[in-house]
Write a protein that binds this ligand. Structure first.
Ligand SMILES: Cc1cc2nc3c(=O)[nH]c(=O)nc-3n(C[C@H](O)[C@H](O)[C@H](O)COP(=O)(O)OP(=O)(O)OC[C@H]3O[C@@H](n4cnc5c(N)ncnc54)[C@H](O)[C@@H]3O)c2cc1C
Length: 259
């Protein structure tokens, strides 16, 4: 069982984040870290390969400046190798452009299964994995809380508002994993040392056989045209109970159309 995991490397959300003043896209200079959302996919992939008794986990990431810091974290968790697509032509990519790049990379790897997170922490459109599946012509099963594989199918408990649906799909397939469904392992010291020498194949847009005009700003069908600071949270109203507090709260909830 060979599993590819799409992992996004993102600016540390705990640090200072900045938008480029002309494109309004996130500045992604400097060290990028493994998106916490993707650590669940990595953990699930490792567990699936262990349960299958053979195979390996390959990471796929598109990131600027040949950044590998986040990939090294996932390699230290136990992934065998990584493919990194980094190219100046990718600046300004929208989610579809990203999916085209990931699809081309996945086609080279030919895994049995692709895992991704339901949404990233910084872009959170939640659209990349399903576009990836469409481009590959593979089924997409989203919001997985439990995943089991047999040699030619994957069985997924797909989270719903009421509980879960059980979905069986043929392989290969793309499955998105919700946060918190497994406990991502901490990289051991041995894992961290081993990760330093694990292979990371670095590819450009041309290596993938893609036209530069199909990706990056040139191929983007979305453009951020303005950005506004979110409104500051207003102070709440304190309701002092003089026997009618419940009525005043209900009236307020009706006014804001919650009831
Ligand atoms: C108009 C626009 C302009 C943009 N310009 C830039 C830019 O100039 N530079 C830049 O770096 N980014 C840019 N981005 C963001 C970048 O293209 C995003 O990676 C892409 O849009 C994915 O969207 P998302 O983060 O919402 O992913 P989601 O769909 O929320 O991600 C879900 C999952 O898909 C997988 N995934 C998503 N992105 C990647 C990735 N890059 N590598 C591997 N796996 C991935 C991960 O598993 C992730 O958890 C731009 C986005 C938009 C909409």
């Amino acid at each position: 069982m060979n599993v590819a995991v799409c992992v996004k490397q993102i600016p540390d959300p705990a640090g200072e984040l900045a938008l480029d003043p002309s494109t309004y896209t996130l500045v992604r200079e400097g060290k990028l870290i493994l998106d916490d959302s993707d650590s669940y996919g990595v953990e699930m992939a490792l567990q699936l390969v262990e349960a299958a008794g053979g195979g390996e986990v390959t990471l796929v990431s598109m990131a600027p400046n040949n950044e590998t810091s986040g990939l090294r974290t996932a390699l230290a968790m136990g992934a065998a190798k990584a493919v990194l697509i980094s190219d100046e032509a990718l600046a300004g990519s929208d989610a579809l452009g990203t999916a085209k790049v990931l699809a081309a990379a996945v086609s080279r790897i030919q895994p049995d299964l692709v895992l991704a997170a339901t949404e990233s922490t910084d872009g959170y459109t939640g659209t990349t994995p399903v576009q990836l599946a469409e481009l590959l012509g593979w089924p997409a099963v989203t919001f997985a809380k439990k995943v089991e594989v047999s040699p030619d199918s994957v069985t997924v408990q797909r989270q719903t508002e009421a509980g879960y649906d059980e979905v069986v799909s043929p392989l290969p397939a793309v499955v998105t994993v919700t946060a918190g469904v497994v406990e991502p392992r901490y990289p051991s010291f041995k894992g961290i040392m081993a990760a330093r020498s694990k292979p990371v194949e670095e590819l450009t847009v041309a290596d993938l056989g893609l036209e530069a005009s199909a990706v990056g700003a040139a191929g983007a069908r979305q453009e951020v045209i303005s950005v506004q600071a979110a409104e500051e949270r207003k102070a709440g109203e304190i309701v002092t109970d003089e026997g009618d507090a419940h009525q005043r709260i209900v009236a307020y909830l009706e006014q804001i159309k919650v009831l």
